[in-house]
Design a protein around this ligand. Structure first.
Ligand SMILES: Cc1cc2nc3c(=O)[nH]c(=O)nc-3n(C[C@H](O)[C@H](O)[C@H](O)COP(=O)(O)O)c2cc1C
Length: 413
């Protein structure tokens, strides 16, 4: 009798444990299900479509085909502030899309103007690959002024671009297409910005030459690999990041551009994402679910902390820096700076290197004045402007591509 009671007691305990385990498994399944739903893990990533090599082929108009490559260009805050108006049969006009600006970090609209240039260079390279010559006329109606207001930045067309089919007369008198494919073309489909640690590997001297020689009459690339410069530029980058991290208005601006899950990424297709920080896909989905369930995790404070810790890791793992410096600081040289930056990224990618701009020290808000002057005094001549401070190297790991608009979203009817 006593033994029977003992056995029944054990049975009851097992049943209780079984019930608890089932309840736990149930909660786990519901939890995972909820995480997948809020994250949108199962959604088709529309925001990545432009990265496929045949994406442009769905469009009949050659201008749209080349523009479909332009959207892949690196650009400030991933705002993709490009607005295009098709003109006549073979031209288009490029404007700054003033609906997407970052006035707190970029008060003069200099970075958004540079980003017009990155776009134009991608367009030029794609056009060449597709068999078109481009005529790019910058600011055909004159430059917009130096202020960063919406009215000013939107007041003048940035460029008129005309495409002309590249053909040559054969001896027989027939016209055949000339193949003008550029080796940089295929590099466009690879990610542009690597925020991960880089190996200690320095750039080969011959590559440094190949990259520096991209410099133009008005805009230069200078690469630094000496220990003294690495320390100095890393220190400037870090102190500038500290200043920016301490400014609430800028952290609010950045956190508002953050897209916490697949739903938002498909909805907005511009701004920042977690994979831009170099996290694995599993970690991205896990974190996205958590941030979606607990939105307070995406606060300006969280944005500041992750920015600072990323900057520390970045400067501790950088074998080389580059500066892009221009003569003067007109709107035209700003666009030319962007064109050069695109060529720099694509050529470096072709040589096995990656990069990440660290723009804070070059920004023009009052709290940055001291560091802005410091980098200019140390690295620029009288009358020159340091537009970009960029870390360069061989990455410790790969990163995925980030969000881009559908090309039709940047074309105005
Ligand atoms: C003018 C300019 C300034 C930039 N500044 C920074 C920066 O300070 N920090 C950074 O991590 N990336 C910077 N970037 C890179 C952009 O954030 C990046 O191109 C954009 O988010 C798109 O992502 P992707 O290049 O990985 O496709 C800058 C790019 C440009 C063109």
């Amino acid at each position: 009798m006593a033994a029977g009671v003992f056995v029944r007691g054990i049975e009851m305990e097992i049943i209780t444990w079984q019930k608890a385990a089932i309840a736990f498994a149930g909660i786990l399944v519901i939890g995972i299900f909820a995480m997948v739903i809020v994250d949108g893990t199962f959604l088709h990533k529309q925001y990545l479509e432009p990265w496929t090599e045949d994406y442009h082929e769905q469009f009949g108009d050659p201008r749209v085909q080349v523009l479909a490559h332009g959207v892949l260009a690196p650009n400030s805050h991933n705002l993709q502030s490009w607005k295009v108006v098709l003109e006549g049969e073979d031209s288009f006009l490029l404007y700054v899309d003033t609906d997407r600006l970052s006035p707190k970090a970029d008060p003069l609209g200099r970075q958004v103007t540079i980003s017009q240039g990155t776009f134009l260079e991608y367009v030029r390279i794609a056009a060449e690959e597709l068999g078109y010559e481009t005529d790019i006329e910058l600011f055909p109606l004159g430059e917009y002024g130096p202020e960063g207001s919406v009215e000013n930045l939107g007041s003048k067309v940035v460029a008129r671009v005309s495409l002309k089919e590249t053909t040559k007369e054969t001896k027989a008198g027939h016209e055949t297409e000339v193949s003008t494919s550029s080796h940089l073309y295929s590099m466009m489909f690879l990610p542009d910005t690597y925020r991960v640690p880089y190996m200690e590997t320095k750039l080969l001297q011959e590559d440094v030459k190949k990259l520096e020689v991209l410099s133009t009459e008005n805009v230069s690339i200078v690469i630094f690999q000496e220990a003294e410069d690495i320390e100095k530029l890393g220190d400037i980058a870090f102190r500038a990041a500290e200043v920016e991290a301490g400014l609430e208005r800028i952290q609010v601006e950045s956190s508002e551009l953050f897209r916490p899950n697949e739903w938002k990424k498909n909805e907005f297709r511009y701004g920042f994402t977690m994979e831009g920080q170099g996290l694995s896909s599993l970690k991205v989905h896990l974190l996205q679910s958590l941030v979606s369930l607990f939105p307070s995790m995406n606060s300006p404070e969280a944005s500041r902390d992750s920015f600072l810790s990323q900057t520390v890791t970045a400067v501790e793992n950088t074998p080389a820096y580059a500066l892009i410096i221009s003569k003067g600081n007109s709107r035209t040289v700003q666009v030319e700076t962007g064109m050069l930056y695109s060529r720099f990224v694509l050529t470096a990618t072709d040589r096995g290197y990656v990069m990440q701009p660290m723009s804070q020290a070059t920004e023009e808000y009052s709290e940055m004045t001291g560091i802005y002057q410091e980098i200019h005094e140390k690295y620029a001549e009288e009358g020159e402007t340091v537009h970009m401070l960029i870390r360069v190297g061989v990455p410790e790991k790969e990163v995925p591509p980030t969000m881009r608009f559908d090309v039709m979203d940047i074309i105005e009817e």
